[in-house]
Write a protein that binds this ligand. Structure first.
Ligand SMILES: C[S@@+](CC[C@H](N)C(=O)[O-])C[C@H]1O[C@@H](n2cnc3c(N)ncnc32)[C@H](O)[C@@H]1O
Length: 356
């Protein structure tokens, strides 16, 4: 009997798709170098006229051999097309050259993930970020963030911020609709959200909770912005079984934070939040759920981010399906008060304490 599959590709198409995966890391490096050496930028300038191998080699100052290797790899990767003897940049090539999401993702994959992914299988088997040893001797990437070489940290931060930067502006009116006097930002990172809150509301006071080293970075940034007097800094490891969050806040904010943890750890952190919440406190959770993406490219990026969590970040966390987060909320004695919808890559949940 003929074997049946849910997709409707032909065998030829499926075999080609499989080869793209088999050679994926090689194509990645060739693509990166094509961008980095200026070849894509040069071809973009030439528009439909394109360039011969010789012209490109001269323009970006590489050998003829290197130009041939790169351009032929570009053909295979569909970054360029061959028109007669001239190579012309394609729309995909243009996106590799100019699309900010692609740039952020490529730099992150190269600087943070590439070598570490060699240890992916071990990480899955052990539930530990086995690939992190390529960067340093830490239990999780968060402990090492401030010690990463500058270019690696820059790529990490650019990746982290790319997916959250634009969204703060859109969520602030929703979070501030109830006019909170005090906001607790758990996992406040470099203090970006705290800074946005201070700009949005001239009176609001913020408390940032994060790991001690990370907090130093936030402190420096907020001092520089002149708002440090409105911000309290609390160093805490949220994985410590005895940890307690500071009380007295109207709003608790967790943005791209819970995806740093396993489901059991998420429940523990949410229970900590529940302990300092009363009936009026609202917990806002901003996350990139893989089931809540509008575009295939976004879903692809979000799912790939999970692999980074496995191999490098901490070995046990991921980008979740939104229903898994709701299950964690319920286990922690919280309920979804309002699903405030999806903005870009992010979904905003407003949560409250369960009654009774
Ligand atoms: C992915 S960043 C999110 C930053 C920020 N909230 C945003 O939306 O861009 C995760 C933050 O959680 C912090 N973090 C990770 N593990 C932690 C832990 N065990 N206790 C406290 N903070 C932790 C990290 O230091 C980092 O600042």
């Amino acid at each position: 009997m003929k074997r049946r599959f849910p997709d409707d590709r032909s065998n030829l198409e499926a075999r080609f798709a499989a080869q793209r995966l088999a050679f994926g890391p090689m194509m990645f490096q060739a693509t990166r170098v094509l961008r980095r050496c200026g070849a894509l930028a040069f071809l973009y300038k030439r528009e439909l006229d394109g360039a011969s191998v010789e012209e490109l080699a001269e323009a970006v100052d590489i050998s003829l051999y290197a130009a041939r290797i790169l351009l032929e790899a570009g053909l295979a990767a569909e970054l360029v097309q061959l028109e007669g003897d001239r190579y012309v940049i394609t729309r995909v090539g243009y996106f590799v050259l100019r699309d900010p999401m692609t740039e952020v993702n490529m730099n992150f994959v190269h600087d943070v993930c590439y070598r570490s992914m060699f240890h992916f299988e071990e990480a899955l088997a052990e539930g530990k970020p086995a690939g992190l040893r390529e960067h340093g001797d830490w239990a999780t990437v968060y402990e090492g963030l401030t010690q990463l070489p500058t270019h690696v940290r820059d790529s990490w931060l650019a990746f982290d911020h790319y997916y959250s930067d634009g969204v703060f502006e859109g969520v602030l009116p929703k979070v501030f609709a109830s006019e909170p006097a005090r906001v607790l930002d758990v996992g406040g990172n470099t203090g970006k959200f705290a800074l946005a809150c201070c700009g949005h509301d001239p009176k609001v006071e913020i408390t940032i909770v994060d790991l001690p080293r990370q907090l130093e970075l936030a402190k420096a940034n907020l001092r520089e912005a002149g708002v440090a007097s409105r911000v309290e800094f609390v160093a805490a490891n949220m994985l410590d079984p005895e940890v307690a969050l500071p009380g007295g806040h109207d709003v608790i904010w967790m943005s791209q934070f819970l995806d740093c943890f396993s489901e059991a750890e998420i429940v523990h952190i949410l229970e900590c939040a529940a302990r300092v919440m009363d009936a009026d406190t609202r917990l806002y959770i901003l996350e990139t759920y893989w089931d809540r993406q509008d575009y295939e490219a976004a879903r692809y990026a979000v799912i790939n981010t999970s692999l980074y969590f496995t191999a490098i970040a901490n070995g046990n966390s991921k980008m979740y399906h939104s229903e898994r987060m709701q299950a964690c909320l319920e286990q922690a004695g919280l309920v979804l008060d309002a699903d405030l919808g999806t903005m870009g890559y992010h979904t905003l949940f407003r949560c409250k304490k369960a009654q009774g």
